[in-house]
Design a protein around this ligand. Structure first.
Ligand SMILES: Cc1cc2nc3c(=O)[nH]c(=O)nc-3n(C[C@H](O)[C@H](O)[C@H](O)COP(=O)(O)OP(=O)(O)OC[C@H]3O[C@@H](n4cnc5c(N)ncnc54)[C@H](O)[C@@H]3O)c2cc1C
Length: 667
């Protein structure tokens, strides 16, 4: 085991980033033209990085597996993006955003990175507004904000329930300008399948053209991995179906340490699972918790009557409802952080108060908001003595203007009108705080290989607060990497083009071809999805919302056995030299089979509960997460040694010099 150096600059927290920028090595414009950078992923992190690096003058090649960068999973982001602008004059500041994020992450994130994130957050909004991103505005034309969980201010900028889509269109148009100038060469429908190292440095990739099946070599002076998170190791998640961990896992196998895998976010407001047929879960944005109140019946017999259809939720009297978040956490109420809200929902459902047929659902109810907004509108519109119906109608119109598309989506999926009956929600896997370990420069443990956005182990610690992933991805891409990568590339100005004829490229290409052939020639009897579903079930049942040492040890054995079975019995139809979605899936699931095991190993080694990692053995009398700062105040970064079971642990100690470590309380 080694102790990892985060390469955080010296000096006071608030001056570190400015000092870094003052002293960092620069590459002059003429030399930038001779330097190539590969960016894997064109979501918000990769897209913003590619556009900015190309604008600076580097030659950029981008890769994504969709047919257009516009289809990256980032497009799904609904609720919003945080920034410390203090437009609401409610006491926000860079320090408060920094503080909330570190506390929200249960004191398991790196102070210096989070402070930098908060510092550049305002620039992101300015950048996106300049690109034409249509953020919601107030009556007077100023940008509007709403609140997200775990904070006491309103700092979330949004575009209805489509914030990710609008931000991605901004990044994509910035990319397009560079594609047009010839500074970005975009390889869509291309999947990176390996990283090529030359003299220990990242110098290129092997990619598969997903339309022709051709295997290609691409070289560069640096490689940036912005390939998103690994939530789909659970099979069912709110992530896009194609989201996968292959790029991150391949660089892990080449020497990049993978950190804090067990820090995975379970989001409290998703549409509940309805049966075995499902391959995807749908998020109902956290922004809905601004106006929706979460409850279950107070009495088990009422819950039972609702489950069997004998009682409607709207018929249950106010005094018979248990607004359990408001009861348990009066200070934050329905806006407690996601991990807290998720566990509280599970606790109520496990105790027999769930409200759908499976017993795994709670209500998210807008009736109070209809009344509140309706009364306000009636007053502002000078409507004298409005009836209750009128008030409710006015309130519904306000809610529709804020969340209309989310309500529509819910009705389409559940076939119930959420304006008439409360929504049903339940926690689901949503976001991965763990990922590739990076230093302050966003460089992995492989020289010249960087990682951004959800793919890196990120600034969120053990729990991500809502609206902070978009902030981090865009901070990394627009404002951090463009500085830090120059520091490394300044040493490459005399290197010249990297040849793809080097033996290192040949070997990496051969390995990729061998893997494809192995999968195609396996001729087993079971589909890739069959194995993915079984992996997901092990992960959810034994490595899911709450974990214990016995289950984790069982999960490790079960995943190993499943992996062996996968290689004996998976059947991949078609050939390698054509468009073949089954082959793509098989290669991704093969990586999930290894990642899942390391995930369970990481969860087993962390003998504490913090944020999204809840170990049943470590909880307070009230069932809250019990951290162990003395023994686990570190980032756990794993080194690959040929087998996930034998991965070597390296630690980055987290020093909190500017924030006092406290029990995380939202009461
Ligand atoms: C439903 C939903 C709603 C959300 N809402 C919010 C929100 O309101 N606010 C917020 O802050 N966060 C939100 N999040 C989280 C946030 O959307 C994501 O964390 C973020 O968009 C990830 O961006 P990214 O650029 O890191 O990765 P992604 O957007 O996932 O992009 C990954 C890119 O990598 C490419 N790629 C992957 N592997 C390969 C490979 N092997 N070869 C080539 N290309 C590859 C893909 O093609 C894609 O271009 C939400 C998440 C979900 C699931």
């Amino acid at each position: 085991m080694s102790v990892l150096d985060s390469k955080t600059p010296e000096g006071p927290l608030s001056e570190k980033w400015s000092k870094y920028k003052d002293e960092v090595n620069l590459v002059n414009p003429a030399n930038k033209r001779n330097i190539d950078v590969i960016v894997i992923g064109t979501g918000l992190a990769g897209g913003s990085a590619a556009a900015t690096l190309a604008e600076l003058g580097y030659n950029v090649k981008t890769f994504c597996y969709q047919d257009s960068p516009r289809r990256a999973h980032s497009i799904a982001a609904q609720g919003g993006i945080n920034a410390a602008k203090n437009y609401q004059n409610d006491g926000d500041s860079v320090y408060r955003l920094f503080y909330d994020t570190v506390k929200g992450g249960d004191y398991r994130s790196r102070e210096s990175n989070v402070y930098r994130l908060a510092e550049v957050s305002g620039n992101i909004i300015d950048q996106c507004v300049a690109q034409g991103v249509p953020f919601a505005r107030e009556y007077g034309g100023l940008l509007d904000n709403r609140s997200f969980g775990g904070v006491l201010v309103s700092r979330t900028f949004y575009a209805k329930g489509q914030t990710g889509q609008q931000l991605l269109l901004g990044a994509y148009s910035a990319m397009n300008r560079q594609i047009n100038r010839g500074k970005i060469k975009a390889f869509n429908r291309h999947e990176m399948l390996d990283l090529v190292l030359v003299d220990g440095k990242a110098r290129g990739i092997i990619a598969r053209d997903m339309v022709s099946g051709e295997i290609e070599r691409h070289s560069a002076h640096a490689v940036v991995i912005a390939s998103g998170g690994y939530g789909n190791v659970f099979y069912l998640s709110t992530n896009a179906m194609g989201s996968n961990a292959t790029a991150a896992w391949k660089i892990h196998k080449k020497g990049a340490f993978f950190a804090n895998l067990c820090f995975t976010q379970i989001h409290p407001t998703c549409i509940p699972v309805s049966g075995d047929h499902q391959s995807k879960l749908t998020l109902m944005s956290e922004s809905l918790r601004n106006d929706g109140r979460i409850w279950v019946p107070k009495k088990q017999e009422d819950a039972e009557a609702i489950r069997t259809g004998k009682l409607k939720p709207t018929e249950l009297k106010e005094e018979d409802r248990d607004y359990y978040l408001e009861r348990r956490y009066p200070a934050f109420g329905n806006l407690v952080p996601r991990d807290v809200a998720s566990r509280a929902a599970k606790e109520r459902c496990d105790a027999g108060y769930g409200v759908n047929k499976t017993g795994a659902a709670v209500y998210l109810d807008f009736s109070a908001a209809f009344m509140r907004y309706g009364s306000e509108t009636a007053k502002t519109q000078h409507i004298e003595n409005p009836t209750n119906e009128k008030i409710i109608d006015l309130g519904k119109a306000v809610i529709e203007s804020k969340y209309g598309n989310l309500f529509e989506m819910y009705e389409k999926i559940v076939d119930q009108n959420p304006y008439e009956t409360p929504m049903m929600i339940y926690p689901a896997v949503h976001y991965t705080m763990g990922g590739i370990w990076v230093d302050y420069n966003l460089q992995t443990t492989i020289p010249g290989c960087y990682s951004l956005g959800e793919a890196n182990f990120s600034d969120h610690g053990a729990n991500r607060l809502g609206a902070s992933a978009l902030m981090q991805g865009l901070a990394d891409g627009y404002f951090v990497l463009p500085y830090t990568i120059g520091n490394y590339l300044a040493n490459d100005i005399r290197t010249g083009p990297i040849s793809t004829e080097l033996p290192e490229f040949e070997l990496a290409e051969k390995n990729v071809r061998d893997q494809m052939d192995r999968l195609i020639n396996n001729k087993g009897t079971k589909s890739v999805d069959h194995f993915h579903k079984r992996l997901g079930k092990i992960m959810w049942d034994k490595v899911g919302m709450s974990r214990n040492a016995v289950h984790l040890a069982e999960a490790i054995d079960e995943i190993k056995a499943l992996r062996d079975e996968f290689y004996k019995d998976v059947r991949v139809t078609g050939t390698a030299n054509e468009m073949n979605p089954e082959l793509e899936k098989a290669a991704r699931v093969a990586d999930f089979m290894e990642l899942g095991e390391l995930f369970a190993k990481d969860a087993l080694h962390r003998n504490e509960s913090c944020g999204g990692h809840f170990r049943e053995e470590y909880q307070t009398k009230d069932g809250e997460a019990l951290r162990d700062d003395e023994n686990f105040k570190y980032v756990a970064a794993w080194e690959y040694t040929g087998n996930p079971a034998e991965a070597i642990l390296h630690k980055e100690e987290l020093n909190y010099e500017n924030i006092e470590l406290k029990t995380r309380s939202y009461k």
